[in-house]
Write a protein that binds this ligand. Structure first.
Ligand code: ZN
Length: 203
């Protein structure tokens, strides 16, 4: 999904004409597409950019991959919704009470000033930022595009990400930091998948 959306982004979205960028897909899972010199890096086995499984806390909750404390178990939409339910059930005050707990409502309530919702989104941003800083240092690419449904949190998410990147990445790179929000809708993944399969057929 992540690569196919990056492909569409490169062709029709905010990454048009960009040669080197990092595409962070923030949704039920967390993924990264690395675009180098205009080409999506796939790796020799078709596996790359699995930042959702970067271990950020060895003592953290278990992840579907078999390890513990992966980025995804803290920051994915599934994790944010799960944590919101947990806090509400334990009696934490929140305007999320008496409404369906989903990412759209959590983002809306965070914007309205609900402390719990705000905390869930900004803490996710901080964790994503910590990993993004390492990825920027590793690749030398300070241009990030955010896609996936979590992008709808806009500055609530990008501000903590930016703060941590500026703090943790090499200043020569963080000075050049540029972050963009994907302009594409959620259907872009499906479109990208069909475009990529078409390319494979005609190449
Ligand atoms: Zn994992």
């Amino acid at each position: 999904m992540c690569r196919t959306v990056a492909y569409v982004e490169q062709n029709q979205g905010v990454a048009r004409n960009l040669k080197d960028f990092l595409y962070f897909y923030l949704d039920v899972g967390i993924g990264l597409s690395i675009v180098l010199d205009g080409k999506i890096y796939r790796g020799p086995f078709g596996i790359s950019g699995e930042i959702g499984h970067f271990i950020v806390d060895e003592n953290g909750p278990s992840c579907g991959c078999g390890n513990r404390g992966c980025l995804e178990v803290f920051t994915s939409i599934a994790a944010i919704v799960r944590n919101a339910r947990k806090f509400i059930e334990s009696g934490v005050q929140s305007s999320l009470h008496n409404q369906e707990i989903n990412i759209e409502n959590i983002i809306n309530e965070a914007r309205r000033g609900d402390k719990l919702s705000y905390r869930l989104i900004t803490e996710s941003g901080e964790r994503i930022g910590a990993v993004a800083a390492q990825v920027i240092n590793f690749t030398g690419i300070p241009l990030i595009i955010f896609g996936g449904r979590l992008k709808h949190a806009n500055q609530l998410l990008t501000e903590p990400i930016q703060h941590i990147i500026k703090k943790n990445s090499l200043s020569v790179l963080s000075q050049k930091l540029e972050m963009k929000i994907s302009s594409l809708d959620e259907w872009a993944g499906a479109l990208g998948a069909s475009m990529l399969s078409l390319l494979e057929i005609i190449q």
